[in-house]
Design a protein. Sequence first.
Lengths: 345, 79, 198
Amino acid sequence: MRRAVTFLKTFLLAAMLVAGPTALAPALAQNPIQADGVNPMGARPTADSVNEEFLFKQSDKIQGRISIPDQKAANLIQPQGREYRNFRESWLPWIGGLVILGMIAALGAFFLFRGRIMMEHSQESGKKILRFNAFERFTHWMTATCFIILSLSGLNYIFGKRLLMPLIGPDAFGALAQWAKYSHIYLAWPFMLGVAFMFVLWIKDNIPNKIDIAWLKAGGGLIGKGHPHAARFNAGQKGVFWMVAGFGAAMSVTGLMMIFPFALTDINGMQLMQVVHSVIGIVFIAGILAHIYIGSLGMEGAYDAMGSGKVDLAWARAHHDLWVEQEQARTASGPQLKGHPAPAE
Amino acid sequence: MKAFAVAVIAAISLGVLAMFALNSSQKLAYQAFATSGARVSEPGTNLVGPRWNGAPRPDEFESEPHGKAEGEASNPKRS
Amino acid sequence: MARMKFLCDADRCIECNACVTACKNEHEVPWGINRRRVVTLNDGKPGERSVSMACMHCTDAPCAAVCPVNCFYTTADAVVLHSKDICIGCGYCFYACPFGAPQYPRVGNFGSRGKMDKCTYCSGGPEADFSTAEYEKYGSNRLAEGKLPLCAEMCSTKALLAGDGEMIAEIYKQRVIKRGYGSGAWGWKTAYRETVAI
């Protein structure tokens, strides 16, 4: 019985194989388009090809297979370059110019309105107290010098061809821009190290707390009169710390992505990194300009903290009263350093 | 002031260090984009090889570099 | 004055890569740098097409716009060229280029990737025509000899067309009319803000 069924199946299959093409042949012959190369499936491989419009509907860029080992080359067309170009050439110079010049104008107006914030003298004037030790100052200045070079060479990418190139000519500018690029890439490393050091050194004094709210409400001694309480760093300085930490981290991440191009992202990622790096960089520069102003020209006595490391006790008492108390309690013998050198024994 | 000077020196020396570190990890395109199927020798003085200044080497290209047609171009760049 | 363009007829391109080889040989471009490449779309599927792509010498070129040192210039033939003496190898042109044309001799890091290299439409660089310096930096200058780019000249199926934009568009148009189909002038809309109307 089973054998009979198997035989029947085989016979039917054989009959179909023989009869099939013969039965289909008249149908194919009647198809008028078949002469134009239509295969039995109905597709027209020569005419039904992919086209640009269709591929752009599927994806925002056209990618294919490439026989060279450079995968970036598999992108046939990426129109996103146009948006990147539009941002970099139409928006970025305006953002950069307005933010940075706006900050300079604001600082100038503040200087005219408030003037230099002078030291208030008391009986403690002349005595000195150590505010930043040698390593703290070293870290600060390493980061600061790197930052200045990085910001100038960074701005050169945006404004160099607009401001500097007409002045010194293309060849000199090309050489200068090449060196600016080297400095931007290589000094980024001490900068990143400096930001990391500063973060570790000062984070314990920069945790926001209630004193900061009171400090901000009182106008921080910048706008209002008198000096609200402050520990080692007041709310404004904490703001600078967190700005440097946050922006420094963001600049490092986007910068590293650009130093090692295409290591982690594709072309659109690279474009985005560039946009983020440039916008944050500009805001960062504006923020640091304010920091430089208040640390030098804007306030008498403030520069000594990073200059020699020792500040006037009267200044410290006025600006960082809680910190002075803490320091004096810690050393238990008043100011650590005398205003005058101790006589030789 | 001493801290500042030390900081500047440290920044520069770290920068130089970074330069050597980065350049040691630098790959030439012919190394990066060669597969096991291709053994690429040092491209040497190829067009866009490692020599960038473009100054002609004294011993090279004494005459026409590429078997060019003799004579002046009648209409250079058609400008 | 001619307005030089490239047009790749994808319905004729057979992905033989002769254009790539011709370019490499003519300009002695080292391994790893591809001024021209062939990309296959829908590989292995019905309607597969290959497109030979290089710098398209765009109208209002994005690379020239984003260059921080303005090293690009456009010749009278609308060919987009650049000066390797001024280029700092920043790579911004690669981010802006819709066609992935700019190439760099080193790939590891941004700091020292070398001067950018790209298709010159076989017309050299800013140096004097046929000078050694021009040849060493940019390759040969066929345009100044009155010849068109070698990739298109030696294309075995005449898929890749080079020459004045209007003329090659006309040739392509006639082909499309004759055979009844065409997948379009690849990249023209992005590069020249216009396409070949059929």
